[in-house]
Design a binder for this molecule. Structure first.
Ligand code: PLP
Length: 356
């Protein structure tokens, strides 16, 4: 096997057994004599993939029946646009936890007032701001549950009396939370749950009813709900890989086991950072550290460049920080194995001993 240790931030690794299963089915899905990307999206075989995927999500997330699940092309960025186009009637609040929050807020500004309810800018987005200042007549609060670029994650959610919309693109199904407490959750699936090109969107039925209906049908959640995600040809391969990933999570033992493993994985690397006497400097404050994206710096940009190169020589891929912030980042989505984390932790320790 010539696979690398893949710590890419997105798209990111899928479990080998999932990739192999997809490969094996690619030319003949369930005895149909066709691959999944060759068959009609109206066929009963594909319809049952959609139905099963929704039902697996209801089970895994313990969602109550007052939810709708839809699959929408365009990834996370399309949801920045759609959530505000549908639900921003007067003004919307954004928790300013960094780059993705800005993109969400800036998309919303086309449709009304989009303001920051708080901000972590003062300390370069190294923490999750707790208090929210919500103005009257605010339609919703948007939060980014895991900040992929800065490596912070919400461990305590805001208490507000308006709907909360969560961008869970980089931590969806990585841990057990009460998914029912939010009016809307969406996630681009290419980080924890499959192939790029689609968002998984979960809405409370009552909240969905508050959406605007005077906007183009293809941009209305209502259309996707009424047509069961098949108003036009849906992203069939994305839905199919999502289905495979959900089966994989169940096979691992479910969300609680996945969470336990993710905790263990992150600890392996944070421990190396914390015991390095400042050689590795973690970016996020400890209480808000992400389990999905571990961000850190070395003493200089040159040192970081060298670290990333040496890592690559040792088959550790994707440990560079986001192009906007630099530094280093190790992403540990669900499919990253404990062995991969042990290996990179060992590499980090050896690198430190050589350079400190
Ligand atoms: C990756 C990411 C996005 C953007 O996803 P695209 O599918 O590339 O548009 C949005 N939010 C968060 C938190 C992300 O990590």
């Amino acid at each position: 096997m010539n696979r690398v240790y893949n710590f890419n931030a997105g798209p990111s690794p899928l479990p080998l057994e999932v990739l192999e299963e997809i490969r094996d089915e690619m030319t003949n899905f369930k005895g149909t004599g066709m691959g999944i990307i060759e068959m009609s999206h109206r066929s009963k075989e594909f319809q049952s993939v959609i139905e099963e995927t929704k039902s697996l999500l209801f089970d895994l997330m313990k969602l109550t029946p007052d939810h709708e699940i839809v699959f929408i092309q365009g990834g996370g960025t399309m949801q920045f646009l759609m959530e505000s186009y549908n639900f921003l009637h007067t003004r919307a609040a954004y928790a300013d936890t960094g780059v993705w929050a800005h993109k969400a807020r800036d998309s919303a500004a086309f449709f009304g007032e989009a303001y920051d309810a708080n901000s972590a800018k003062d300390r370069n987005y190294s923490y999750i701001p707790e208090d929210c200042l919500i103005k009257p007549e605010t339609d919703y609060l948007h939060i980014t549950t895991n900040n992929t670029i800065y490596g912070t994650e919400y461990w305590k959610f805001p208490e507000v009396d308006i709907p909360i919309i969560c961008d869970m693109s980089s931590d969806i199904l990585s841990r057990r939370i009460d998914f029912n407490r939010f009016d809307m959750i969406w996630a681009g699936i290419q980080k924890n749950l499959g192939a790029a090109g689609m968002a998984l969107v979960i809405l409370k039925k009552d909240f969905a009813k508050t959406a605007r209906t005077d906007i183009p049908p293809f941009l209305q959640y209502k259309t996707f709900i009424e047509k069961d995600s098949a108003y036009n040809t849906p992203p069939v391969f994305c839905i199919y890989t999502l289905n495979k990933m959900l089966h994989w999570i169940i096979k691992q033992g479910g969300l609680d086991i996945i969470e336990k493993r993710n905790k263990e994985k992150a600890k392996l690397i944070y421990d190396i950072i914390d015991k390095s006497n400042g050689f590795y400097k973690g970016h996020a404050v400890k209480k808000d550290r992400s389990r999905m994206n571990i961000t850190f710096n070395l003493s200089s940009a040159d040192e970081e460049k060298d670290f990333i190169e040496k890592a690559k020589e040792n088959r550790f891929i994707g440990v560079n920080g986001h192009r906007l912030v630099g530094g280093c980042r190790i992403s540990l989505y669900n499919a990253v194995t404990i062995d991969a984390c042990k290996a990179v932790a060992q590499f980090m320790e050896a690198y430190r001993k050589d350079h400190q």
